[in-house]
Design a protein around this ligand. Structure first.
Ligand SMILES: *Cc1c(COP(=O)(O)O)cnc(C)c1O
Length: 362
């Protein structure tokens, strides 16, 4: 017997980056922060009133929402807290699309979007990007012509790290007929000199929503905490209708709030990542890898044409206990996506790359 809905039967699940339990592995494959979360997180956990777990958690995570609203100069009503950014994406589908609807996105993009679309039985249309991983100028017109109900942009883009300016985001929002999700999972790593900030748009328009996550910039991928930022017309239906009534546990709320409030620690981590990004980018280019300019905490590196192919690099790095991401799909199959590690992890990566380039056989 198969009781699955036909679209569920036909689909494949999300393909995860490997999550080894071995602490020895230099893990540069899923864009986690190479540093522990804020020391305030340990404090919260040590002092957590275990007896309070008897009770249901605050339903709306208002302490977290207030902290986020304060950080972004917005109101609590502009914020929804979710179980990772991924829950926000799922809520967007269940709240704003019907089965049979069309959604638009770039190619490549975050590979979870098409999976969530299939669960909702929504059709995905993808539009090519230019050589610098920017949407084509007619991206919005194409999405409109396809009848998109929702459009997805990742900024900085994954898996390349390219950055659209706030003006370009506003322009796409102007041109699009649909709701626009701007996935800012990696925004914390954007260099301050870009002065990138789109959030004021939520005061002006109710057809745009921003995704944020504690997984990348705050070193809390294991916690599962993210949030959405939008006009209350977009936030309210998810907050009051489609969200699980207690979607976030009490421990997670306390931890995420403490981490978000410790901006000084977070910013120092982001700065270290930026410094390592610059260094790793230069080191890879020195080794004839072509590296797309990145404002995220990863680099998309095309392997040199002379020498091993990307899959071989991936496998040989893995044998040396260094994990990077290899996407076996057209357009990306000559590239590696490498998360920015600590200085020591990046040293190890570069030493292993040199061994592999020098033609060691294993
Ligand atoms: C990591 C990531 C997210 C959110 O991840 P969570 O761990 O669920 O918060 C969203 N979009 C992109 C592009 C990501 O890389």
């Amino acid at each position: 017997m198969n009781f699955e809905r036909p679209n569920i039967r036909a689909m494949e699940g999300y393909s995860y980056g490997e999550q080894p339990s071995d602490a020895e592995v230099v893990k540069l494959n899923t864009n986690e922060l190479p540093f522990p979360p804020s020391p305030k997180v340990a404090e919260v956990l040590q002092n957590f009133a275990v007896a309070s777990l008897r009770r249901y958690p605050p339903a709306l995570a208002n302490d977290f929402r207030d902290a986020a609203a304060n950080l972004h100069n917005l109101d609590r009503d502009n914020i929804i807290a979710t179980r990772g950014g991924d829950e926000l994406l799922r809520l967007l589908f269940t709240t704003f699309t019907d089965p049979g609807d069309v959604v638009a996105m770039t190619d490549p993009t975050y590979s979870l979007y098409p999976v969530l679309a299939k669960i909702q039985d929504v059709t995905v249309t993808q539009f090519p990007m230019d050589d610098d991983y920017r949407p084509l100028e007619n991206f919005a017109q194409q999405a409109n012509q396809a009848g998109a109900k929702m459009t997805f942009l990742v900024n900085p883009h994954a898996p390349s790290g390219s950055l659209l300016t706030a003006d370009q985001i506003a322009q796409f929002a102007d041109q699009l007929d649909s709701l626009l999700l701007v996935d800012e999972a990696y925004v914390d790593f954007v260099s301050p000199e870009h002065e990138y900030n789109c959030l004021e748009l939520v005061n002006e328009r109710d057809d745009i929503i921003f995704l944020r996550t504690m997984s990348k910039g705050y070193g809390l991928a294991g916690l599962r905490f993210g949030y959405g930022i939008a006009h209350t017309n977009i936030i309210a239906p998810m907050l009051t209708k489609t969200r699980d009534s207690y979607n976030l546990d009490a421990i997670g709320q306390a931890v995420a709030t403490a981490a978000l409030l410790d901006q000084e620690y977070a910013q120092s981590c982001w700065q270290k990542v930026r410094e390592q990004r610059q260094r790793l980018c230069a080191a890879l280019r020195h080794r004839q890898f072509k590296v797309a300019p990145s404002e995220a905490n990863f680099l998309l590196a095309t392997v040199p044409e002379s020498g091993p192919d990307a899959n071989t690099y991936y496998l040989k790095l893995k044998r040396r206990n260094v994990l990077v991401r290899f996407f076996n799909v057209g357009g990306l199959d000559n590239k590696l996506r490498i998360s920015i590690g600590s200085a020591a992890e990046n040293d190890t990566l570069l030493a292993c790359l040199d061994e592999i380039r020098a033609g060691h056989t294993d």
